[in-house]
Ligand binder design. Sequence first.
Ligand code: C2E
Ligand code: MG
Ligand code: MG
Ligand code: MG
Length: 276
Amino acid sequence: RDASVFSGDYAYYNQEMNAHVADRLYLETDLRKALELQQFFLLYQPKFAIATGEFLSVEALVRWQHPERGMVSPADFIQIAEDTGLIIELGNWVLHSACRQARIWQDAGIAPFLIGVNVSAREFSDALPGKVATALKVYGIAPQWLQLEITESMLMQGAEEVIRIMNQLVALGIGLALDDFGTGYSSLSYLKRFPVATLKIDQSFVHGIPSDSNDCAIASAIIVMAHQLNLEVVAEGVETIEQFEFLGEAGCNQAQGYLLSQPVSAEKIASLYLGK
Ligand code: C2E
Ligand code: MG
Ligand code: MG
Ligand code: MG
């Protein structure tokens, strides 16, 4: 009797699994063609100074417009792109698209501002600094306007090699931000070894502010210690006034989140924040 129940579950589980595997294979096949078919585009989410409300910079976030599935979120394809190695080509496309957009904004007479680009662990190789230098050169963008957002987990793998590549990137004149901070295992003191200028508090901590006292304590502690290390602190995923105010009082420098703006098109950035 038990066995039949088990086998029933098992068959069901198998069906689910097969559907999942098949779905992933379809996505993978489609992903391989998506670059060529120009199905990717970038949205930009602004970041603001908490103290003044001033528009400071944007983060480029990739989107995939799939012909049948509609908009596919990066949560559903970045991992596949990493596993298949497609992230190398996609990452380079994102870098070029962000720099091309910076050129378009500057040509429209808009004063330059910082653009953040997310970089996956798999892209973080000896080839990256050269690719970054090329993208900046092609579009004539001064390096000070580009910031790469890398995740904390990347710091854990082969620290010496990672530091060497980070130093090469910093030597180009671009900035580095540590994304999703607090979700990995690195301590703040360990951060001193890495040439990052900015730290982004992960939205999972911001989410519990102000009701969850642990999240409040963690966010406050990150801000205090980051400032002692001379790092700029950005809170991501700010959705409420209460969160915004708490973070401001805790001394957080910048905020990004749905309260302030969703990720929007390049045209919207120009009209909403840049007066064009
Ligand atoms: P991330 O870099 O930590 O980006 C923040 C994510 O939170 C974005 O999701 C953004 O749309 C979302 N978000 C912003 N404000 C709020 C808010 O107030 N509440 C909530 N719940 N979410 C908010 P998105 O665009 O779906 O991107 C997810 C992740 O995919 C990114 O996390 C990043 O790790 C990765 N990603 C996105 N674009 C790229 C890219 O061009 N290259 C690489 N390698 N990864 C990317
Ligand atoms: Mg990011
Ligand atoms: Mg983030
Ligand atoms: Mg995140």
